[in-house]
Design a protein around this ligand. Structure first.
Ligand code: FES
Ligand SMILES: [Fe+2]
Length: 423
């Protein structure tokens, strides 16, 4: 097997198929799914290069020539606002001898110049300058390799492969709800980056349930009904609050929702959720932390809810009426992810005057960091020789089961897995 890099390593289709057969429904995956290099190679091939990946918000590139780079596995992409104002994405590999031509996380410029032999590309990816002329291939044939990109209500999604899964329904569902949140008129107030020593699936499984919230998230559980909805003594209260919230949402022309974090599509959800009685936003005490955004700003009215958006395999966002917090995962190896968290506010909001970072950030900063800790603890425990998958809670971990079912279906699905010769 070629182990030169996790992103391009080949994998045995027979080995993956055997592993899938060892899975017992009703509990977590066997250990190999969380650590084996060949499973990681299959994940890259079957999931990360076929699905749509959140790469950033359009508002992160406000000016012509603003660009950002992002790395998944061994693939780096450049996302840039072109002269026409459109945002485009390209593979970050020079058409000469393949050097990565953008070597910072973000920047601004009117062209991309490769640091190796100086080939230059314009913002639309056209090769414009070569320092020598004796190549025998026309410049017009050597443009940067494009990456498919969709703007979904201000959220940018890319597809690394040539034949990604259908995204039309997800796009319409998410954009329809996102239009109220003001993502196009937002700015990043703060970003935080984390290296989390856990397989990307452990991170996503953790996101898919709140059974752990009373144990791990003392701040988060104060503001939501995630856990209360499953308690017999609280069912009526949650139903009443949801009804009140939905009446409020309807009156404001918003989509309605419930306290359940269910999926609205097969691999995505965009779900409006009521906050706890008396809470206006997801802050430590539920009081506002920034000026209103989007429709809420236009109407000068609070919905007292959040729009939760999730897209497998790398994105979730919680958008309150006054700010949004987006999470971007990049699988970087079998045992590691790089995770970026972005806090967004209205673009005119001024730090110190309209918002304070020490009030804006803690709710999701603490919750996120608590999650990274338990994800790493999960990885450590899964690596124990005594690890055996235990049972899922049927209701509170139903969304984890959904994620695992989706994952295994994609991993074992069609077109058939590529088998290594002799495997
Ligand atoms: S590899 Fe980029 S100019 Fe040679
Ligand atoms: Fe959590």
């Amino acid at each position: 097997m070629n182990q030169c890099s996790p992103g391009t390593a080949e994998y045995s289709g027979a080995m993956i198929a055997d592993l899938i057969r060892t899975y017992r429904h009703g509990g977590p995956l066997p250990r190999a799914f969380y650590c084996h290099p060949e499973v990681f190679a299959a994940d890259m091939d079957r999931i990360w290069r076929r699905y749509w990946l959140y790469v950033g918000h359009g508002c992160m590139l406000p000016k012509v020539g603003d660009w950002l780079t992002w790395q998944v596995g061994t693939d780096s992409v450049v996302v840039v606002r072109t002269k026409s104002g459109e945002i485009k994405a390209f593979h970050n590999t020079c058409r000469h001898r393949g050097a990565r031509f953008c070597n910072a996380e973000k920047g601004n410029g009117q062209a991309f110049s490769c640091p190796y032999h100086g080939w230059t590309y314009d913002l639309d990816g056209r090769l414009t300058t070569r320092t020598m002329k004796d190549f025998g291939v026309a410049e017009s044939e050597l443009g940067l390799h494009p990456v498919k990109l969709r703007d979904v209500g201000g959220l940018l999604f890319i597809a690394l492969g040539d034949d990604p899964v259908d995204f039309d329904q997800a796009h319409a569902d998410i954009a329809g709800r996102m239009k109220h949140q003001g993502m196009n008129d937002a700015k990043v107030a703060k970003a935080a980056s984390y290296t989390v020593k856990a397989n990307w699936k452990l991170v996503f499984e953790n996101n898919r349930e709140c059974y752990h919230c009373p144990t791990a998230h003392p701040e988060y559980i104060k503001g939501t009904f995630d856990v209360l909805r499953a308690m017999p003594s609280q069912v009526d209260r949650v139903a009443r609050q949801t009804e009140l919230a939905n009446a409020r949402f309807r009156a404001m022309g918003l989509d309605t929702g419930d306290a359940w974090s269910g999926m609205t599509g097969s691999y995505w959800r965009a779900h409006r959720t009521p906050l706890m009685e008396g809470w206006k936003t997801q802050s430590l005490d539920g009081t506002p932390v920034a000026p209103l955004m989007g429709t809420f700003r236009d109407k000068n009215q609070w919905s007292d809810g959040t729009l939760r958006t999730t897209v497998f395999p790398n994105f979730w966002q919680h958008a309150s009426d006054d700010h949004a917090v987006a999470t971007r995962i990049a699988a970087t190896g079998p045992l590691e992810c790089k995770i970026d968290v972005y806090w967004l506010v209205h673009r005119d909001a001024v730090e110190g005057r309209d918002y304070q970072l020490d009030r804006l950030m803690p709710f999701w900063q603490r919750t996120s960091e608590q999650d990274w800790f338990i994800c790493e603890a999960n990885q450590q425990g899964v690596m124990s020789s005594a690890y055996r998958p235990g049972p899922y809670a049927k209701e509170l971990e139903a969304n984890v089961q959904h994620f695992v079912d989706w994952y295994l279906g994609e991993l074992g699905g069609k077109p058939p897995l590529r088998a290594v010769a002799g495997a």
